[in-house]
Design a protein around this ligand. Sequence first.
Ligand SMILES: [Fe+2]
Length: 289
Amino acid sequence: MRSHILGKIELDRTRLAKDLGYLASVPTVEEEYDEFSNGFWKNIPLWNATGEGEDRLYRDVPGSAIATEHAARVPYLREIVQTVFVGDRLKMARTRNLKNAVVIPHRDFVELDQDVDRYFRTFMVLEDSPQAFHSNEDTVIHMRPGEIWFLDAATVHAAINFSEHSRQSLCIDFAFDGGFDEKEIFADPTVYDPGATPEIVTRKPFTQEHRDRILSLSKVIERQNFRDLLFLLSKVHFTYDVHPGDAYDWLVEIAKKADDEKMVVKAEQIREFAMEARALHDRFSLTSW
Ligand SMILES: [Fe+2]
């Protein structure tokens, strides 16, 4: 796992509560890449390419990102963004809440033209939700509030919140023209303090018996529950020690065993879409046949 802790800030609970109240009051809308998630997934852009509060799509932008109307309504988070981080390289800042939901394993930035090493995504949990986890390749982590993480979104990752308890977070994206040192994202050099030990989740061993049980879902799969099975399979690696991407291989195998060619094709397409290649604005349907 290349994802790691960059530093930590002490969050002011009183000031944060006011901002969280505003974020909760913003209506929930359909998200970009909603096909990646089920349940409650709400992104609110604070800074983005256009300065428009409804623009939720990450894209390359010349210069620095523009504050949206939401940024003005969350003074504490605005202060964190502006005092902790360097504005020049800021490309997007958004809050992301996930409740009783899973974000399926995927890689980001595959729809962008440039070398993925130019992109640097940070992630900070604002509220502790003990049942919320992130995965990156072979590791599952529980992020603690205030920890500033480099999230290696260019490699396979997923997220889950098994509970109804909000997992509100602040996700900030930077991009550089060429090589850079990760400490360059910090305006306040005292915050940069890498090397802290993360809270890594100990998972159960994954056996052949588990695999056989999963593949026996071929007796259950239908076009009408194809999407549900994808989300179910995407959850397995948070509990058992398998790679997040295995979910797609199982789905393809289950569809083959069920002997439905359209499901096989769709399973292969979603694996390709999430993990390998997609064009900007490409969407994918798990429910149309
Ligand atoms: Fe992602």
